[in-house]
Design a protein around this ligand. Sequence first.
Ligand SMILES: Nc1nc2c(ncn2[C@@H]2O[C@H](COP(=O)(O)OP(=O)(O)O)[C@@H](O)[C@H]2O)c(=O)[nH]1
Ligand SMILES: [Mg+2]
Length: 380
Amino acid sequence: MERTHIAFFGRRNAGKSSLVNRFTSQELSIVSDVAGTTTDPVRKTMELLPLGPVVIIDTPGIDDEGQLGSQRIERSLRVIDETDIAILVVDAGAGLGDDENSLIDAFTKRKIPYLVVFNKSDLDVAIPDVENSMSVSALKGEGIEELKEKVAVIIKNRKTRPLVSDLVEEGDLVVLVVPIDKSAPKDRLILPQQMVIRDLLGKGAIPVVVKDTELAIALEKVGKVRMVITDSQAFGKVSKIVPAEIPLTSFSILMARFKGILDQSIEGANMLDKLENGAKILISEGCTHHRQCEDIGTVKLPNWIREYTGKDFEFSFTSGLEFPKDLSSFDLIIHCGACMLGETEVASRYRKAIEQGVPMTNYGIAIGKMKGILARVIDF
Ligand SMILES: Nc1nc2c(ncn2[C@@H]2O[C@H](COP(=O)(O)OP(=O)(O)O)[C@@H](O)[C@H]2O)c(=O)[nH]1
Ligand SMILES: [Mg+2]
């Protein structure tokens, strides 16, 4: 299960750091009445009852001033990208202002569940009656358990996004293209293929699985097709066979959407058009043993990229659990579909890239881009 990222936002001196320390029962952040004490987001990975595995993030205030201040605000706002649940800490005495409302807008826009927490309830002030809100005193430690309970409920209700079943109706016929070449594992289907089939069956849709070599015949025989899902390596060939009116996508694109990294990956793939000669590209693979994968990552992909861009780049490669902590020297990261890596690991790699401002994409989406069909294969 993925670690829930819980981030505390709000104005300076609202008591974010005090509340984080109460929430985690740790002295994670420095508390002070000097506005702007927390200068960088502070992250802490922990197990917290009754919430399970979480990352708690304390942010600097979003109302900071001056040049340095605006950098801090920027950094705080960037934390929204990695936030699963937002806690908006408000000084009950000050109430909700423009800063809070613009944060609430940002959460709503990104569908991030949030709680408005009026802090300093120990002071003699009226607590505003606002939706999604509660009051606490970080100073006295009051309301903290209730806050945790509320967060626990949000975590429990967080719907994981379906892989494909929300894109089809019961009874829809979906053709899956699984090339059986030497890069296909012997005697089995890979995990994303199994997951797509399972999800379609659960929906009552009708998956029809074919090799690329039988795709044309299959399309003739089966009648109305809702969608074709292919291995992205076969994008070039398959996109020519599938009529334009039938939606086409790939297993890796559905997986990226499922993992919540599709937008980031599309942005990353579009970087291919902007890289300068000599730019540094990291190609990263989740598994160490699958020799043909390596061949794609270390040989085919660099060649396609050179061909597509007409430029030369400096490629680096990693595989398995090795993944650089410091990504800042790279201009682009291209990751495999990561079917062998845990969701948490994958999510954290993509988050790391966001945190360090490095564009990141995956093989399938990069291939779609280079085949000139990216717009088509993300149009479900
Ligand atoms: N009275 C009262 N003061 C608080 C409470 N929580 C925090 N403070 C005070 O508010 C100031 C700012 O707290 P801090 O946690 O550093 O706020 P941050 O800037 O939002 O991280 C400090 O002086 C805290 O002692 C509270 O619940 N009640
Ligand atoms: Mg602070």
